[in-house]
Design a protein around this ligand. Structure first.
Ligand code: NAP
Length: 474
């Protein structure tokens, strides 16, 4: 736990274990914080708030630049830590740590941008609007991409002059704690960024309820997000929710099939399928379905599963037992009810190196009926259902037939089809002939039950700023 920029032993004297999902081994122990610890951290953030808000944007950017340098110097060690606690292959962990650095660097460039507006008021003079930091913010993050999602929150919040208390996921607190220490080492003043580890129901809820917290940015499951939103609204504070998704991938009969197959492979199995914008359902035109499925099957069979620290590993374990049990139970139910044909995968790997971790084979299931749980729920794991459709209208109708609206992709060479997909698909982000790509410059977030608000891009700054209007009479 870090409060006021300093490592703090557990206030309550209790700790919890952080386990390597590939081996079941203990990696480290971190303080099991409580609501009282959350309150102490909020107080520290509140005390630091005035002086951080009055630093110049250039000073804030300098701290970020130094942190980015240190993160890049320590890229390998940070990636190893991330792989150990999260499970993803080392190459993906490196990408994520680089992503953290890139996001902070991007916000350095925006540090001076929130300048406000001048407004001419008819018959009454003029007005100016200035943008002010909100004060103390809270960020609650999940375990699937802990470093990247941390940057999406601390980047815009801190660069625009707010202070923040971060609650990491209990499965992956170590990379977050290390990155926060690096910011401190880079010169971030005490109290500007505080990290409280501990159970979401205790620490997370306490943070959302804290009177001095003016904004909560939450990433996680829809059900948790609803609880967080209710508490935030009753405390009259701002809230950004980045929640679950069940992204569809629409493959038209004129698509470049090689490209679509590699997009599906990466889109579904990257991070062991535990990405909010992973490809979670494929709708492929009947006329090319056989060829597409065969190519996809061949590629899925080649994926190498194992400990993310190993060489040439394409897919690591699931991050935790809960997720692993969910995937096993779901696939068993599909088999039991005969809901689709598993053409590869579907089991825990027999390989002895995988016996102590939360591994599951990359799984491809075809001819899945429309009412299957596989198409209705957010499947956060390496299971890919494929459904045949007759045309684009049917694909779009099925794609939209869900409570989620995070991402979607359409694969075609036909501009009319691409435009039609972009117009009709109900999602916060739509890709054409790609899936999963995100960038610090590009707004990210969902519609429907997938969330409220946007992260990344200049727009994210407005989520952490108040507008103060000043009217002058002439
Ligand atoms: P989760 O169970 O909702 O947990 C997310 C965070 O909330 C964790 O830090 C958790 O703490 C905390 N938490 C739990 N209960 C809480 C409560 N009552 N009040 C406040 N905080 C609470 O989600 P997850 O399983 O970690 O993450 C997977 C989900 O995140 C998936 O649904 C995925 O789609 C979504 N996600 C969305 C995006 C996006 O940008 N849209 C990005 C990534 C992931 P503990 O760990 O201590 O329980």
């Amino acid at each position: 736990m870090q409060i006021n920029g300093k490592a703090v032993e557990a206030c309550s004297g209790k700790f919890f274990d952080v386990i390597n999902p590939a081996t079941g081994e203990l990696i480290d122990r971190v303080p099991r914080g409580t609501g009282d610890d959350a309150a102490i951290a909020v107080e520290a953030a509140s005390l630091a708030s005035g002086s951080w808000a009055s630093t110049s944007p250039q000073q804030r950017a300098r701290v970020f630049y130094r942190a980015v340098e240190i993160v890049r110097q320590r890229l390998n060690a940070l990636a190893v830590l991330l792989t150990q606690e999260q499970g993803k292959p080392l190459i993906e962990a490196k990408n994520e740590i680089e992503g953290f650095a890139n996001v902070l660097e991007y916000y350095c460039g925006l540090a001076s941008s929130p300048q406000g507006d001048f407004i001419q008021v008819p018959q009454n003079g003029y007005a100016i609007s200035v943008k002010k930091p909100l004060g103390v913010c809270a960020a609650i993050i999940p375990w699937n991409m802990p470093a990247l999602i941390m940057s999406w929150k601390i980047g815009p919040a801190l660069i625009s002059g707010n202070t923040l208390v971060l609650k990491p996921a209990s499965n992956t607190p170590l990379t977050n704690l290390t990155l926060a220490s690096i910011l401190s080492e880079a010169g971030l003043p005490a109290g500007v960024l505080n990290v409280v580890t501990g159970p979401g129901e205790l620490v997370g809820e306490a943070l959302v309820k804290e009177h001095k917290v003016r904004k909560v940015s939450f990433t996680g499951e829809c059900a948790t997000g609803k609880r967080v939103a209710q508490l935030a609204v009753s405390g009259k504070k701002g809230v950004t929710l980045e929640l679950g998704g069940s992204d569809p991938m629409l493959v038209c009969d004129d698509a470049d099939l090689e490209r679509a197959v590699s997009g599906a492979l990466r889109g579904r199995f990257y991070n062991c399928g535990q990405t909010c914008t992973a490809v979670k359902r494929i709708y492929v035109f009947e006329s090319i379905a056989e060829e597409f499925i065969k190519k996809l099957e061949d590629s899925v069979r080649k994926l190498r599963v194992g400990n993310g620290m190993g060489e040439n590993i394409d897919m690591g374990p699931l991050n935790n037992r809960r997720q692993w049990e969910y995937v096993k139970e779901l696939v068993a139910e599909i088999e039991e009810k005969d809901e689709g044909r598993i053409i590869t995968g579907g089991k825990v790997p027999a390989d002895s190196a995988c016996c102590r971790g939360y591994f599951f084979e990359p799984t491809l299931i075809v001819d899945v009926p429309r009412e299957s749980r596989l198409l209705k729920e957010e499947v956060f794991g390496p299971v890919l259902p494929v459904v045949r459709v007759k045309d684009l209208d049917e694909a779009i109708e099925e794609a939209n037939n869900t409570i989620y609206g995070l991402g979607a992709s359409i694969w075609t060479k036909n501009i009319d089809r691409a435009v039609s997909g972009c117009e009709q698909l109900k999602a916060g982000i739509i890709w054409i002939n790609q899936h999963l790509k995100v960038a610090p410059e590009v707004p990210f977030g969902g519609v429907k039950e997938s969330g409220i608000g946007r992260e990344n891009g200049p727009y994210a700054l407005s989520e952490y700023l108040d507008i103060k209007t000043i009217m002058l009479k002439i």
